[in-house]
Design a protein around this ligand. Structure first.
Ligand code: HPA
Ligand SMILES: [Zn+2]
Length: 334
């Protein structure tokens, strides 16, 4: 099964590139840029990744990204991740990034975009993976700041596949961002949003009604509203579920208690993702393997989750057809 899950062509739709910063690279970049880290060693950094909730993680996540200063840093960050993902059978990666978190530290948007763009092109050329870029807004910052950043990003709109919404969820409902999401829609840019991770099912509803999202990131708390579950199923709105993240941020007590089996049972379009692999104990493959351990799903189930991800990814139709054919081949050989 392990070999099958590795060979399965996997698309990752929910990945914060800043959350892929492994302590080894964090230390290397800190050295390169003369940034002081609050950890004595790589091991001490890993040991500090014991989270109580989303906010306690976000505190270290924002602190860690302080080592990213130049375009080369963003390039190294993304390239490092693309290589690891490629090695575990990931064929398509959609990276979210948090421009406001870097702008607040004086790192220009052009620096972020140059580094990430260069890594995307190199990964596509040298590793044969396809990529997409999601510009995420910080929901715990003012809505007018998100709008300013989005307008500032006008020269890059063509390279942005979607806008997203992340950071501290509670007390920051999707409704706060109606305007900037409407602006993205007007420009024909697709929309996704984190909702129903720590926040209530009502936030998932708001993301659909007010932000017109085509996918919901996490969304696991939709189960608290049966009518919402029906709607997600009927409208085939995909959820990008991140089981190891949910365990590490105590959204669920234990992987065995994860609602994935219930979400599957409800007939929802689900995908498996890593969220912040450097902080939550592994990449996409680790998330597939954790589900195998916990739920003992068969190959067909994993293949259908991988198929969902390819079907709802931001990629051109020829690439989609090729990856679906590859998936059928791997399943046929299994
Ligand atoms: O898991 C997350 N949730 C919300 N915001 C985030 N930003 C990075 N990771 C996360
Ligand atoms: Zn996330």
């Amino acid at each position: 099964m392990q070999d099958f899950l590795k060979r399965l062509p996997k698309a990752e739709l929910h990945l914060h590139i800043e959350g892929s910063l492994e302590p080894e690279l964090m230390f290397a970049l800190a050295e390169r840029n003369g940034v002081e880290l609050p950890y004595a060693s790589v091991e001490a950094a890993r040991a500090a990744y014991a989270f109580e909730d989303l906010q306690s993680f976000l505190d270290l996540y924002y602190q860690g990204m302080a080592v990213l200063r130049t375009a080369d840093d963003f390039f190294d960050l993304a390239m490092d991740y693309f290589q690891r993902a490629h090695a575990e059978g990931v064929v398509h990666v959609e990276i979210s990034f948090d421009p406001q978190a870097h702008l607040a530290r004086g790192i220009e948007l052009s620096v972020q975009m140059e580094g990430l763009g260069r890594a995307r092109r190199q990964a596509e050329r040298e590793l044969g993976i396809s990529t997409a870029l999601i510009m995420s807004f910080l929901r715990d910052c003012p809505a007018d700041e998100a709008m300013r950043v989005f307008e500032q990003a006008a020269p890059y709109w063509e390279t942005i596949d979607a806008v997203g919404l992340d950071s501290a969820e509670r007390g920051h409902p999707p409704s706060k961002f109606t305007e900037v999401f409407a602006r993205a829609k007007e420009l024909g840019i697709p929309r996704v949003a984190h909702a129903g991770e720590e926040g209530p099912a009502a936030y998932v509803r708001e993301a659909l009604d007010l932000l017109d999202v085509c996918r919901v990131d996490h969304g696991v708390r939709c189960l608290e509203e049966p009518a919402l579950v029906e709607r997600l199923r009927d409208e085939r709105i995909p959820l990008t579920v991140c089981p190891l993240s949910n365990v590490r941020l105590k959204v669920v007590k234990h992987i065995d208690d994860h609602p994935l089996p219930r979400l599957l049972e409800a007939g929802l379009v689900l995908t498996l993702n890593s969220d912040d692999p450097a902080y939550f104990g592994g990449g996409v493959l680790a998330n597939y393997l954790a589900c195998e351990q916990a739920f003992a799903w068969g190959k067909e189930t994993f293949a259908s989750l991988a198929r969902n991800a390819i079907e709802v990814a931001f990629m051109d139709s020829r690439r989609r057809q090729a990856l679906l054919a590859e998936l059928d081949m791997v399943l046929g050989e299994a």
